[in-house]
Design a protein around this ligand. Structure first.
Ligand SMILES: [Zn+2]
Length: 203
């Protein structure tokens, strides 16, 4: 009986030692873990980053339009009827801030159509009372689809952000601010890096 207990105890000990050894072998080294976490960029994002880097280091354009002097500020309506593209229900946005965002939405939809060569769409979160009944306020964002189904999303965005993207992908060196006239596009490379998901630029 004593021998049997001795054998069982020895076996248990052997199993315990084996388990301890194998688990220490399979634990990934710390260095391997950081390698997995490193973001991988799509080829277009790498190209955009190189172009942004070059733009940031470039000379500003010599001639910039000062903008229209007799510009009349756009009227921002105090209520807006939002028709949801997903469920087709109408939501009345009556408070000034959401109405402003819905007004921004119209501007964003216009500018979005001018962006060429980029798979980009607007994300309209919290606008529809049926789809987002608990939403505090509407938020506009963009979703960019790169090669190999790599998705980059940013929110919130404004119509000026979309204007920056349109100008950059078109290879321009100026940003049209509307009433404020033109500005060198190189002043906006940091924001463009965020919008396009290229990762931070080198200083
Ligand atoms: Zn809806």
């Amino acid at each position: 009986m004593g021998i049997l207990i001795g054998i069982i105890a020895a076996l248990l000990l052997a199993v315990a030692v084996f388990v301890a050894n194998s688990s220490s072998e399979t634990a990934p080294p710390a260095a391997g873990r950081t390698a997995i976490e490193t973001r991988t960029l799509s080829p277009s994002q790498v190209e955009y980053r190189q172009r942004l880097q070059k733009l940031a280091a470039s000379e500003p354009p010599k001639k910039l339009s000062p903008g229209a002097m007799c510009y009349e500020p756009a009227m921002i309506p105090d209520r807006l009827d939002y028709t949801c593209p997903a469920c087709n229900t109408k939501t009345v946005l009556a408070n000034p801030k959401p109405a402003h965002t819905a007004w921004e939405l119209d501007a964003c939809r216009r500018v979005l159509k001018t962006i060429k060569g980029l798979d980009i769409e607007l994300t309209e979160t919290g606008f529809c009372a049926t789809c987002d009944p608990d939403a505090k306020q509407p938020v506009l964002g963009v979703r960019i689809r790169y090669a190999a189904n790599k998705i980059h999303t940013v929110a919130p965005v404004t119509a000026s952000d979309l204007q920056l993207i349109a100008e950059f992908v078109a290879g321009k060196d100026k940003h049209d601010t509307g009433p404020g006239g033109e500005r060198p596009l190189r002043n906006y490379t940091k924001r463009l890096a965020e919008l396009l998901g290229t990762g931070p630029l080198k200083k």
